[in-house]
Structures are given as C-alpha cells and as structure tokens.
Design a protein. Structure first.
Length: 96
C-alpha cells in the first residue's frame, strides 16, 4: 500500500498511521507532510521502522525551504513523475 502524507505529521493520528501500515508499505510525504524531513524524534524514527521506503516530493521541499536539509540527510527526494509511478505501482493508497 502507498501512504500519502499531505498534512503535518503532527496533525494526524500517529496510532492510526502505524496500525494501518506494514513494513511492506511505502510512504510519500507531500505538501505539509514534507515537514517530516526536519524531524529527528521518536515519531520520525518509527516512520522508518514501519515503512519499506519513505519518499519526499522535491517541489514541496523547495517550497518550504527544506530541500538542502533533506539532501544532506540522504532522504529519498523524488519528482512529480516518480510520484505518479509510485501511485501506479501500488494497488491501494491512503491519504493522511
């Protein structure tokens, strides 16, 4: 399953997110979801334990001045085209 985080990670039910995800799922952070790229707390670490891969949309990182930090932290930064391929490659998706 593809999880699409478009809200701030601190405005969603983290319990629901983790209970509906598995280590085989992917997460893409878009819009305000890219705020996750600056976190370095327990929630951030749990994201990486509970998902296969975590992606960040480049244009949203740029819009929020977070691209340099994301690249310095070796996060998976992707384009809109990759986002489309991700959605096509998953049978189901859920938006947070």
């Amino acid at each position: 399953m593809l999880h699409i985080l478009l809200n701030s990670p601190y405005k969603i039910s983290q319990l629901s997110l983790f209970s509906l995800s598995s280590i085989f799922d992917d997460l893409i952070c878009i819009q305000d979801g890219v705020i996750l790229s600056i976190a370095n707390d327990l929630f951030f670490k749990n994201i990486y334990k509970n998902f296969n891969l975590v992606y960040f949309l480049k244009h949203d990182l740029i819009a929020r001045g977070l691209l340099t930090r994301a690249l310095e932290n070796n996060l998976l930064v992707i384009s809109y085209q990759c986002f489309v391929f991700l959605t096509l490659g998953h049978n189901k998706s859920i938006t947070w």
